[in-house]
Structures are given as C-alpha cells and as structure tokens.
Design a protein around this ligand. Structure first.
Ligand code: UD1
Ligand code: CA
Length: 452
C-alpha cells in the first residue's frame, strides 16, 4: 500500500511566510498530523508532494520513511499525484491524503482502504453547506458516476450536498493508467484528480464511498479562521479522551495540550492550563489554574498551585509548587519538596523534604534533604562571564536575604544568619553570619524641613 500526501498548494489565504501545512494545530504542523496518521497504516511508500517554496516543508519534516516528490508548478490535484507516480510501489492500493486536512482518523482510513479492494473508493460527506467543494454525482441507481467541481457545475449539480473530501483510494495500477489520460480542459485549466472517477466508470471498475465518523475529520485549513476552528476541535477531542481515561478537568473548553499529555489516575486539572511537548502527570497530581508545563514529569500526589510555570524539569512525588513558581530547565526535585511563590529554580537538584517557600533564586545548586531556604535567598551563580555551583548539604538552614556567592558550600546542619553574604564555605553544624554590627545612636535627631 502506498500513501500520497498532497501538500504543494500555496495557501495564499493564510497570509503568512510560513508554508500552510507547517502551521500548527495542537502544537504540531498540519501535515505532521497527516504523516503520523498515515504511519499508523504502515504503508510501503509514504510520499509527500511538496511545492514551490516548500524547501522549508521538506527540511522541517524529513524522516527516513518519507519520499519527496516536487511539484512545480502546481497544475492541480491530478498533476500533483502524477509527480508521486514514479515512487509508488507494486500492484496494491494507493491512498491519497491532503496535507491540510489534519484531523482525519485512522479508523476512517481503514474503512476507506477496505472499500478500495478492486474498486475506486472515495471518502464523501453530506454537508449542510457544500459550497466550494466538488459534488458527488450519482445516477438513478445511486451509483457514483462522476465528481464535478463547483466551478464546472450546473445549478442543479450545485444543489447536491454530498461532497468529495478529496481523500480517496484505488488500485495503484489503475491510478497510473488513468493519470496519464488526464487533461486540463475545465474552468480552472487544472489537471483534476477527480476526473479519474469517470475513467473508473468507463472501465467498469466498482465505485464505492465511505464516510468519516465525524464531519470534522475532513475539514481543511485555508485560513487562520479555519486554523483556529480546527484547533478548538482538536483540543475538545483531546480533552474528551483525557476525561474518558479518568482525568478530571474543571472545564474541557479551557485546556490546551500542544503535544502529549500522559496522566495517571485521579489527576485534576483546573482551567487555562497549557501543556507543551511531553508532559507526564502521575497519579493524583493536581494542577491549579493558569499553569504552563513544557516537557515535564510531575510525581504522584504533587500539587501545582496557580500560575506555576515549569519547563524541562522533573518534580518528585508529594511536592507543593507555587503559586507563581518557576522551574526552569534542569530542575530536579525529589519527594515532598516545597517551592513557594516567586521562587525561580534553574539547573538545580533539590533533595527530599527541603523547602524554599518565598522569593528566591536558586541556580546551579545542589541542595540536600530537609534544607530550609529563607525568603529572599539568592545564589549568585554568575560573575558576568562564568557560572558557578552552590552546594547546600542536608539539614542546613539558610536565613532570609542571604546571598550565596558561588562557588560555595554550606556544610551539613549549618545555619546562615539572615542577611549573610557568603563568600567562603560555611562549616557544618555552625552558625555563620556576615553582618555589620548593629548600633543605636542615642540623642540622634531627625532632620527637619528648612523654612524659606
Ligand atoms: C479539491 C477537489 C474537490 C474537493 C476538495 C476538497 C479536485 C480537482 N478537486 O478541490 O473535489 O471537494 O479538494 O477540499 O481534486 N494540491 C497540490 N497541488 C496542486 C493542487 C492542490 O498539492 O496543484 C493539494 C493542496 O495542497 C491541497 C489539496 O491538494 O492539500 C487540495 O487542493 P485544493 O486546491 O484545496 O482543492 P481544490 O482543487 O479546490
Ligand atoms: Ca484548486
């Protein structure tokens, strides 16, 4: 079986420098959705027809299992498939997909392929408003006899609601024979793939139609408005899948998954959260409102409070993060770690039961277990040229408003007095403090305003 994905169309109505098929839906390029769905069918050949200005398409998507056929200029859907013909294998079936119809489902394609054994099978749908589409013309016996493009149609044909989705499958040998006979004698002066329908009828080959389970599977993208519509459909369908797996969503309409979200049992997600890349939420994780998580793993029972932002980080089980916490790349938190409001952590490992609850910056640090980091603590990890490491050993207590000038180590069980600027290692089990001596001046008078 061969699959050909047509992706050479210009997409003028997107008004964008980005090729149409590279625009994202649910965090993935339109055509990448189609490629992934095609891969589920394990084709022998997976050929992409790409067009003028399409080098970006090829370089963005290239993979060892893809074959590329350049179509330049673009002279219609039939001409597009002609370009793929030299790469198609064997006597089996060829399936034609569109790169700008991203939500087509594997199950629907399996049904279409089943119908295409020794037949031309067309995926059709009845639309309330069929305008713009090619119409399926049937005879009195309800057999398909041809597809007529709207621009070539009569007033009567325009009343037909059954449309050609463009997705079809047929015996490869027949396809190659028919493509050679296409002409561009029509309103658009294009080589129409749809003209093969008449040829199949003429050759006495059975014509069969299949329908998608959902109408949205065959919606295409021609504009930013349609792109946004498909985004909502994709998100809704994804939210439903998550709920069916047992995830509790405060509002399925206010969840955005732009990648892959894997959830354990009894996960709860509040409104307006965005998940990018691959995110794993283990059992009973709770995500508060307005959190953004990208490429992150969150351990069982951890609670992320509102406005938490996490990227390329691992959070252990039973943690409490946020509100307003930021975990940057390279952060690894063990179990029961508390990261509070306005705390930023970067490229740091924090061991079990440690707490950094208020207003702190922890960068390039290794922090042991049961450490308490006071409010306003800052690791001074950067001298303007290089980055240095801070090590805080188990059971240390860091007083508020401390600066740890790296490289520096705080020993096990050490205490740093509030306001310390630590420039040398702090010994274990000892109070270290750097602070100007406090004095009180008796008899001191506040200045008063001088009279003019
Ligand atoms: C085509 C069908 C029409 C169907 C409609 C569904 C033909 C003649 N018409 O319409 O019956 O209802 O799709 O959307 O087939 N493409 C190329 N190269 C080209 C032209 C198109 O790769 O030279 C690709 C486009 O990128 C797109 C797809 O083919 O993915 C369909 O092209 P488009 O122009 O949107 O479809 P129509 O010709 O309007
Ligand atoms: Ca066209």
């Amino acid at each position: 079986m061969n699959i050909v994905i047509l992706a050479a169309g210009q997409g003028k109505r997107m008004h964008s420098n980005l090729p149409k098929v590279l625009h994202p839906v649910a965090g993935k390029a339109l055509v990448a959705h189609v490629i992934d769905t095609a891969r589920h069918l394990s084709p022998q050949t997976l050929c992409l027809v790409y067009g003028h200005g399409g080098d970006a398409v090829r370089s963005t998507l290239d993979a060892p299992d893809l074959t590329w056929a350049l179509q330049e200029p673009q002279l219609g859907t039939g001409h597009a498939v002609q370009q793929a013909l030299p790469y198609l294998k064997g006597n089996g079936t060829t399936l034609i997909l569109y790169g700008d119809v991203p939500l087509i489902q594997t199950e629907t394609l399996k049904r279409l392929l089943h119908a295409a054994q020794d037949a031309l099978a067309i995926l059709t749908v009845e639309l309330a408003d069929p305008s713009g589409y090619g119409r399926i013309v049937r005879n009195d016996a309800r057999q398909v006899v041809r597809i007529v493009e709207e621009k070539d149609s009569t007033v009567e044909e325009r009343r037909i609601h059954e449309i050609n989705t463009g997705i079809m499958a047929m015996p490869t040998a027949r396809l190659s024979e028919w493509l050679g006979r296409l002409s561009n004698n029509n309103a658009q002066k294009e080589y129409y793939l749809t003209d093969i329908v008449g040829m199949a009828v003429e050759a006495g080959l059975p014509l069969r139609t299949a329908n998608p389970k959902f109408e949205w599977e065959v919606l295409g993208v021609n504009s930013k408005v349609q792109l946004a519509e498909l985004e909502r459909i994709a998100q809704r369908s994804n939210a439903e899948q998550l709920m069916e797996q047992g995830v509790r969503l405060a509002d399925p309409a206010r969840l955005d998954v732009r990648g892959e979200l894997v959830c354990g049992r009894d996960v709860y997600i509040d409104v307006n959260c965005v998940f990018e890349g691959k995110v794993v939420l283990d059992e009973a994780v709770e995500v508060g409102p307005n959190c953004v998580l990208k490429n992150a793993c969150i351990g069982a029972g951890t609670r992320l409070a509102a406005f938490t932002h996490i990227e390329d980080a691992v959070v252990g089980p039973d943690g409490m993060i946020g509100p307003f916490a930021r975990l940057r790349p390279g952060t690894e938190l063990a179990e029961d770690v508390h990261i509070g409001n306005f705390v930023e952590v970067k490229k740091s490992r924090i061991a079990a039961h440690s707490k950094i609850n208020h207003l702190a910056y922890i960068g390039d640090a290794i922090i042991g277990s049961r450490v308490n980091v006071g409010a306003g603590t800052i690791t001074c990890n950067y001298d303007g040229a290089n980055k240095f490491q801070t090590i805080i050993e188990d059971d240390a207590f860091i007083g508020s408003d401390t600066q740890l000038v790296a490289p520096v180590t705080v020993g096990r069980g050490a205490t740093l007095g509030a306001g310390t600027t630590l420039t040398k290692d702090a010994p274990p089990d000892t109070l270290t403090i750097s602070r100007a001596k406090q004095i009180s001046i008796t008899g001191w008078k506040r200045p008063v305003k001088t009279k003019k």
